[in-house]
Design a protein around this ligand. Structure first.
Ligand code: AMP
Ligand code: TRP
Length: 341
């Protein structure tokens, strides 16, 4: 919690436009974006400047930005209530990003596990942007003085870094509570949806195997087939949650069922205790098709009208800029950067 000065309760989150949204993105993040609209002012970004930290094909990137906007809309993000826009249209992200580069410390960035994973063995060849990625992410959040950030488990470290950057700015410039320290909002049931092919890896857009993930654009046959072929073990389902502990694939499928059906893992375990995967998998496939089918249809409907999507992004960017511009002005002022216009 932030002490002292009360900040407006505001939600900010972002997703990279780097391919189809999958079930992990949906259950771990976007579904919460939708729910939070009831209680908060929300700003939902398509983080295209983050996407270019690795090479993107220009045409593919442009298409992916609009597809992600369509996915947000199809999942229920409401442009009347929330600002939906792509990051590069609001220059304050990049501006504040530079300022925060001068606040964040090398030692802090050196600890970021996502950079280590994404850069792989040849770190010398990674772009400077990939290394700096979490600082731009902090700028995204702080430009809106956001107080809450819905994300999957893998982003927790980046939010902690954002808090450290905010606290250091407040402290160095003796402006107590200038930036709120944002809280991560992590949905426990689906904080980390795992690959369908390997229960030790998270479901990811970048996994070369399409069978490892359920895309929001998959049709009913594809969903059913991927679940049928999902890796499992030979045992029937246990009758307690503890019984899932050493069974990552079983735990993942039960977790997905629980999250999709808005149930607790306990309730699902009780319902399917002692059942074989031959029974559980078709039930899961039916549930997934029932929940995701309408989203895929809505997405196609939105994608049939690109000018409508572009209009939403333009309006969203205007709304976002109206919040972020005065914040960046204040930051410049606090730091002594002279403005004469
Ligand atoms: P990304 O696709 O990396 O831009 O992620 C967008 C959002 O989805 C972030 O909040 C991630 O934490 C979340 N996310 C990505 N993969 C998963 C997963 N396998 N399980 C749960 N959440 C995820
Ligand atoms: N780094 C996040 C991801 O890979 C995307 C992101 C960028 C983000 N800026 C953000 C998420 C700000 C939350 C808040 O998923």
């Amino acid at each position: 919690m932030t002490e002292g000065k009360q900040h407006v309760q505001r939600v900010f989150s972002g997703v990279q436009p780097t391919g189809n949204l999958h079930l992990g993105n949906y259950l771990g993040a976007v579904r919460n974006f939708v729910r939070l609209q009831d209680d908060y002012e929300c700003v939902y970004c398509i983080v295209d400047l983050h996407a270019i930290t690795v090479r993107q094909e220009p045409e593919t990137l442009r298409r992916s930005i609009r597809e992600l906007a369509a996915a947000y809309l199809a999942c229920g993000v409401d442009p009347q209530r929330s600002a939906i826009f792509n990051q590069s249209q609001v220059s304050q992200h990049a501006e504040l990003g530079w300022v925060l580069n001068c606040i964040a410390r090398m030692g802090w960035l050196n600890r970021m596990t996502q950079f280590k994973e994404k850069a792989g063995k040849d770190r010398e060849k990674a772009s400077v942007g990939l290394y700096d990625y979490p600082v731009l992410q902090a700028a995204d959040i702080l430009a809106y003085r956001a107080t809450h950030v819905p994300i999957g488990e893998d982003q927790k470290q980046h939010i902690e870094l954002c808090r450290d950057i905010a606290a250091k700015f407040n402290n160095d410039y003796e402006v107590e509570d200038f930036f709120p320290l944002p809280e991560p909002l992590i949905q426990s049931a689906a904080a980390r949806v795992m690959s369908l092919r390997d229960g030790s890896k998270k479901m990811s857009k970048s996994d070369p195997s399409d069978a490892s993930r359920i895309n929001l654009t998959d049709d009913a046959d594809q969903i059913a087939k991927k679940i049928r072929k999902a890796k499992t073990d030979p045992e029937p389902l246990p009758d307690t949650v503890e019984g899932l502990e050493e069974r990552p694939e079983a735990r993942n499928l039960v977790g997905i069922y629980a999250a999709l059906n808005d149930q607790s893992v306990e309730a699902v375990v009780t319902e399917f205790a002692g059942k074989q995967f031959g029974t559980f998998k078709p039930a899961l496939a039916d549930l997934a098709v029932a929940k995701l089918g309408p989203i895929a249809e809505e997405m196609q409907r939105h994608l049939a009208d690109l000018s409508h999507i572009d209009e939403i992004l333009a309006k969203g960017a205007e709304r976002a800029e109206a919040i972020a511009e005065p914040v960046v002005r204040e930051v410049y002022d606090v730091m002594g950067l002279l403005r004469t216009r």
